[in-house]
Design a protein around this ligand. Sequence first.
Ligand SMILES: [Zn+2]
Length: 92
Amino acid sequence: MASHIEACPFCGTEHNHISHNMMTFFVVCQRCSSSGPRRRKVDIAIQDWNQLSTSQQQSKHITNKTQHIKVLLSQLNQLEREVKNVLANSKR
Ligand SMILES: [Zn+2]
C-alpha cells in the first residue's frame, strides 16, 4: 500500500492530507489547497497524486536542462566570434 504522500506538485509543500467526500478520497494541499484526483480507494488517490507530483518534477527538470543548453549555446556562439576575431587579426 502506498502511504507516502509526495510533495505538492503546485507549491512544493509536504503538508498534505487526505480528505474524503461522497465516498471518494483525495489528497489536499494545506498551503495552496490544490487537490488531487478523487478516487474510490485511498491508496489509489495517493498513488495518482504522487504520479502528478513526479511528472511535475520531471517537467521542471527538463525546463532546467533546456535553460542550461541555451546558456551553453550562447557561450559557444561567443567563443565562435572570439575565434573568428583572433583568426581575422592573425591574417594581418
Ligand atoms: Zn500546494
